[in-house]
Design a protein around this ligand. Sequence first.
Ligand SMILES: *Cc1c(COP(=O)(O)O)cnc(C)c1O
Length: 401
Amino acid sequence: MKRIYLDYNATTPVRPEVLEALLPYYRDQFGNPSSVHWAGRQVAGAVEKAREQVAALINCSPAEIVFVSCGTEADNAALKGTVDALKAKGNHIITTAVEHPAVLETCRYLEKTGCRVTYLPVDADGMLDLDELERAITPETILISVMWANNETGTIFPIEQIGAIARRHGVRFHTDAVQAVGKLAIDVQQCNVDLLAISAHKLGAPKGVGVLYVRRGTRLTQFMHGGHQERNRRAGTHNVAGIVGLGKACELALAERETHAGRVRELRDRLERGIFEKIPNVKLNGHPTERLPNTLNVSFAWIEGESLLLNLDMKGIAASSGSACTSGSLEPSHVLGAMCVEVTLAHSSTRFSLGPDTTGEDVDYVLEVLPPIVQRLRDMSPLYNCRQQESCAGCETLKKL
Ligand SMILES: *Cc1c(COP(=O)(O)O)cnc(C)c1O
């Protein structure tokens, strides 16, 4: 059976060049980079090279790169470390209602410890109102945390403008850039970003490594206590092979991002056009233009996203409904909820996220097998079969699509 992976926003395969670069660090280059002897020195150099490769991709100095264990840790360290370091200044955080759980759940936890959190709403395209953001700032505000691009819908936030607002008000700015790094041009200077989270496994490197960029002079209470690694900013022996792999992935992203993004966008647009041409009553979730080039989130009225996923899986196609972390629960996505997507439509949402290995044949295969699956599931749906009855309010909403 064909196997087609269209879930790159959940995780990515390790790129062959990345695997090649990191394998020696699982073989003979086994030293601890903190050791002073030859075995340690060998790998310490590799960690520093990776630091330079990551720094080059986001335009910062290598000393501002802190290696951590994952994107979730980077977000936790940014938020909790800021709240503690700036507690004399205030306790107010501004974020959005559509953040990844790594930020959202950390904020909920911080609320329990006495912080006040403003969760900015988004419009129907998942976009923020910057006036509303600016109005939310008070003298107590210590942090603005807004993701660069949304993992479920791909909607891209105006990070440069948000950075300018934060700077004007003297408020620290953190961005969860896990979905943006490798897909968009990232410049922390131009965007006035103080803290930024990266996850290796979202850009062709292994799982279990991440980065927190910390602008020079940004005081942050240490999150992990132990050894003196990462200039006392993050204790724990380095995941050397993972870090080397992430460095290589960043080097590749810097060289190839634009060509890859153009190719992926073309394929994504072909998939999007094909779906809207071949299947009636489909809704796009996310911004029509300000969207990651690889992401397509659509709702197929009258069907259950989970049943669609299982049927696609039987044809060898891996996609996702909502975010991978919440699928398996029957709660509709908090992102689509914040966009006021009608509940039954939120339940029928499906995310296709493409990557550098996606081919035109993959897209054509999806366009061949998807329409009959959707039709079969609709034929089985009681809602679909009663859609002619004027009295059914649920159907009225769906019919307007
Ligand atoms: C995947 C993801 C994370 C979490 O990264 P991990 O390395 O898996 O912990 C955080 N934020 C966003 C937007 C993500 O897509």
